[in-house]
Design a protein around this ligand. Structure first.
Ligand SMILES: Cc1cc2nc3c(=O)[nH]c(=O)nc-3n(C[C@H](O)[C@H](O)[C@H](O)COP(=O)(O)O)c2cc1C
Length: 325
């Protein structure tokens, strides 16, 4: 089950009983690995209504029951840890400007509060280690409370991706410009957390090709992959999730996986609404080690049995998205 933000955390940004039941239902039906909705590492990285945080022990403990239920069903659960960067507004960050790799504002309206995205503040070099520390703190809390691992959200235009992205990142220090420099924030962050916790429980999610409003590939795509994939392997990472956001797998992330597989022999997951046959083919042909689904699992709590019995998969509707069941 890939990460899906739902917006049902309580006003203290804690996991509720209903959220736990929603995940438990999927684990009971045979989902092997649940990647939680994005969980915010620090208020200054929030950008959404009622999303959970992993900042304090109270936040962490609110997940205990959920984790227990998942484990009772022989399933595993990873916390997806998230900093929105400029995909935010001061309404969410405690009245201060969101931060980013530059001060370029995201275009469009934030559907969370129907206001334009905030004008971000270009984060200074000296502050960067403080952001790594936010992730260290959240990982520590998540692992202490019993999550099987964490997935760090390096994808979909959020903070870490805002460093990869040369349309946004206009820095002239060592965090911008060249391929190596645009990968530096991600690499240093990963190095910090692997040094602290080892790599066994750490996965990252990247989206070198994705479609959100429009299709976008990392600039200098091949050079970026040639640099970044060996780099994360050298750091010790062994689990990678490649996403194309909400797009057709074969047009975006599937193409990236073809490229990445040549450089990465370790655990690799991906997928987007694949059919049963397509999923089996991706695994049999050793492109993917595990296939993820999001919308189908939201819409069909009994997705695994439906897949196994060749039953009709219901498509997700906006009504389904607006409730937890
Ligand atoms: C309601 C919803 C919320 C999502 N929230 C997140 C999120 O918090 N983090 C993330 O990495 N991806 C998120 N995604 C993207 C999904 O994880 C997934 O990559 C995408 O939906 C494509 O897979 P699918 O075709 O199987 O739905 C979300 C998707 C949906 C539909």
């Amino acid at each position: 089950m890939s990460a899906m933000t739902r917006g049902f955390a309580d006003n203290d940004h804690c996991c509720t009983e209903k959220m736990g039941e929603y995940y438990e239902r999927r684990a009971k039906n045979g989902i092997a690995l649940i990647l939680t909705e994005g969980i915010i590492v620090d208020k200054t990285g929030d950008g959404y209504n009622n999303v959970p945080y992993m900042k304090t022990s109270k936040h962490a403990k609110s997940w205990s029951n959920t984790i227990e239920k998942i484990h009772e069903n022989d399933s595993k659960i990873y916390a997806q840890l998230w900093h929105c960067g400029r995909i935010s507004h001061s309404d969410y960050t405690g009245g201060i400007s969101p931060i980013s790799s530059s001060n370029k504002q995201a275009s469009g309206i934030n559907r969370q509060n129907n206001k334009p995205y905030g004008i971000p503040r270009k984060v200074s070099k000296t502050e960067i280690p403080e952001i790594y520390d936010m992730f260290v703190n959240s990982i520590e809390k998540a692992l202490d409370v019993g999550f099987d691992g964490v997935e760090l959200h390096f994808a979909h235009g959020y903070l870490i991706d805002q460093f990869f992205d040369s349309r946004i990142n206009d820095r002239d220090d060592e965090y911008g410009g060249s391929v190596e420099n645009r990968c530096r924030f991600a690499s240093e962050l990963l190095e910090t957390v692997v040094n602290e916790f080892g790599a066994e429980k750490i996965m990252i999610r990247i989206s070198p090709s994705r479609k959100m409003d429009t299709t976008y590939n990392w600039h200098n795509l091949d050079e970026m992959l040639d640099y970044f994939i060996p780099k994360i392997e050298k750091i010790g990472l062994r689990q990678l999730d490649v996403s194309g956001a909400n797009s057709n797998y074969f047009e975006t992330s599937g193409k990236m996986i073809e490229k990445i597989r040549k450089k990465w022999s370790h655990f690799l997951i991906g997928g987007a609404s694949l059919t049963h046959d397509e999923a089996i083919k991706e695994v049999n042909e050793q492109r993917l080690d595990m296939v993820t689904w999001a919308r189908h699992i939201l819409a069909n709590p009994d997705f695994v049995s439906k897949l196994e019995n060749n039953e009709k998969i219901v498509e997700m509707t906006s009504e389904m998205r607006a409730k937890l069941y």
